[in-house]
Design a protein around this ligand. Structure first.
Ligand code: ADP
Ligand code: MG
Length: 244
């Protein structure tokens, strides 16, 4: 077991954004996390990556209790996460942004640069390597976010709507990239509204609603599940919105 989250909760005052969620991830898994906006998916990721401390439950990663560990400790252990709203350094070049990630395992500038170059190439950012992050559009930013995290050599990547807001062609490219990263041996949990992404990439899906996992299983079974359909329909057209 690579990651085990048990009964994880995150309350903001009386509001339970995550209300007791379990997740077990084996090395090599590629798992989808779906659910309506506001279901608690990003907050759950925050808990899993140390960006927030859960108010309940336990999380272990690679055999260590990381429930209250810092984001840096998570990164060092091999948990990488992308943010739904890309956290790029606007005035730095794409390559320099990726170097920020690379420094985690390559303290020497030259090594970090070398490693970052490889990641920039792999993620298809070569042509914009020396452009400032602020000049990128949505697809470039999403890609850069993946590249920065990938540069930390994660064992587990938590992708939070990294494929949202792309054109159909860009989406196919992005799916290929995620598959490639998975084939490199990185375990993946992906939050995504686009069912095509979930259906083509994942083997197991968890459905989040109101802070709980309300269903899980193979993607083709989960989409037929009554409770899942109700949870989505209960939020009307918001299920098609790509970003919050
Ligand atoms: P999802 O990613 O599934 O759309 P989120 O985890 O972003 O859902 O949000 C779940 C709920 O928690 C939302 O109602 C959101 O407004 C609330 N929430 C998230 N972060 C905070 C916060 N820092 N303080 C208060 N409420 C929050
Ligand atoms: Mg979210």
């Amino acid at each position: 077991m690579l990651l085990e989250a048990q009964n994880v909760a995150k309350a903001f005052g009386d509001f339970h954004a995550v209300a007791g969620a379990d997740l077990s991830v084996d090395e090599g898994d590629i798992i989808g996390l779906i659910g309506p906006n506001g279901a608690g998916k990003s907050t759950f990721f925050n808990c899993l990556a140390g960006d927030t401390t859960p108010t309940g439950g336990r999380i272990s990663f690679a055999g260590q209790d990381v429930t209250t560990a810092s984001p840096e400790a998570h990164a060092r252990l091999g948990v990488g996460r992308t943010f739904q709203v890309p956290a790029t350094f606007e005035d730095m070049t794409v390559l320099d942004n990726v170097m920020v990630g690379a420094f985690l395992r390559h303290p020497h500038r030259r090594d970090a640069r070398e490693h970052a170059r490889g990641i920039v190439e792999l993620t298809g950012l070569n042509s914009v390597a020396h452009s400032r992050a602020r000049s990128l559009g949505t697809p470039g930013r999403k890609r850069l976010e993946i590249a920065r995290v990938l540069a930390t050599n994660p064992r587990l990547m938590l992708l939070d709507e990294s494929l949202a807001g792309l054109t159909p062609t860009e989406l196919q490219e992005a799916i290929k990239l995620v598959r490639r990263i998975h084939e490199m041996g990185v375990t993946i949990v992906i939050v995504e509204h686009i069912m095509e992404v979930i259906m083509t990439l994942t083997r197991r899906v968890l459905v989040f609603n109101q802070g709980h996992v309300i269903a899980s299983g193979k993607p083709e079974d989960v989409v037929k599940d009554e409770t899942v359909i109700t949870a989505y329909l209960g939020h009307g057209s918001r299920r098609h919105r790509s970003e919050t």
